[in-house]
Design a protein around this ligand. Structure first.
Ligand SMILES: Cc1cc2nc3c(=O)[nH]c(=O)nc-3n(C[C@H](O)[C@H](O)[C@H](O)COP(=O)(O)O)c2cc1C
Length: 191
C-alpha cells in the first residue's frame, strides 16, 4: 500500500529546501533513466521552480533536453546503497531500473518515472528552456507541476523526522559515498 499523498504545489519547495540528495529521473517515452544528484535548490515559490545541476557527460542530460521534463525522487536512508549505485554508473550502459530491480510508477502529469519504495517524496518538473544557460553551464531550471510525499515523514507541509521513520530520513552527501541522514528536529526559540 502506498503511503504517498499529494503535496500542495505551494509546499513543494519544502521537499528540497533542506538540501537532500535526490534522484533525477527522465524518459523520452522509449528510454528511461535515473541518476543521483547532490546539487539542487528551490529558486521561486509561485509558480514553484527549482534548479538542478546535470553534468554534460550524463545520459540524464540527453533525455531531459530531448523530452523537456525531469522527475525528482527524494531517497531516504533505506535507499543509500541504491542512491550511490545509480550515481556511479551511466544509463548509457543499460537500464538502471532493471539492473537494480527498481520499481517505478508513471507520474500523474508528465508520466515521469517516480520511485516510492525507499523514497520520502517525488516531484514532476517541466523543463524551463534556457538555451544559453544549458549550453554554458550544467544548471537546468524546472517548474514543479506535481509533488507527493510519504505521509509518515512529510505531513501537512512539514517534515517529521523522528525515531518512528529512520529509513525515510533524507540523506545528505558528504562525498565519496558517505551520507549523513537527517536526524532529530530542533525548533528555534525566540531570543
Ligand atoms: C551522491 C551523488 C551525488 C551526485 N550529484 C551529482 C550532481 O549534483 N550533478 C551531476 O551531474 N552528477 C552528480 N552525480 C553523478 C551522477 O549521478 C553520475 O554521473 C551518474 O552516473 C549519471 O548517470 P547517467 O549517465 O545515467 O545520467 C552524483 C553522484 C552521487 C553518487
Amino acid at each position: 500500500m502506498s503511503h504517498f499523498l499529494p503535496v500542495a504545489l505551494e509546499h513543494a519547495s519544502r521537499l528540497l529546501n533542506h538540501g537532500p540528495t535526490i534522484l533525477i529521473t527522465s524518459t523520452d517515452g522509449t528510454r528511461r533513466n535515473v541518476m543521483a544528484a547532490a546539487w539542487s535548490t528551490p529558486v521561486e515559490f509561485t509558480p514553484p521552480r527549482i534548479a538542478v545541476v546535470i553534468d554534460k557527460s550524463t545520459f540524464t542530460r540527453e533525455l531531459v533536453i530531448s523530452s523537456g521534463k525531469f522527475g525528482i525522487c527524494v531517497p531516504g536512508a533505506a535507499a543509500i546503497d541504491m542512491t550511490y549505485a545509480v550515481g556511479s554508473i551511466s544509463g548509457k550502459e543499460g537500464d538502471k531500473f532493471e539492473r537494480y530491480g527498481l520499481a517505478s510508477a508513471n507520474g500523474p502529469v508528465l508520466g515521469l518515472p517516480v520511485i516510492e519504495e525507499g523514497c520520502a517524496a517525488w516531484l514532476e518538473c517541466r523543463l524551463i528552456r534556457e538555451q544559453h544557460t544549458e549550453e554554458a553551464y550544467d544548471t537546468f531550471f524546472g517548474e514543479v507541476v506535481a509533488a507527493a510525499a510519504d505521509r509518515r515523514v512529510f505531513d501537512n507541509g512539514h517534515w517529521l523526522f523522528d525515531a518512528s521513520n529512520p529509513g525515510l530520513h533524507t540523506i545528505h552527501h558528504l562525498g565519496a559515498g558517505k551520507f549523513a541522514p537527517a536526524s532529530s528536529i530542533v525548533s528555534a526559540k525566540p531570543l
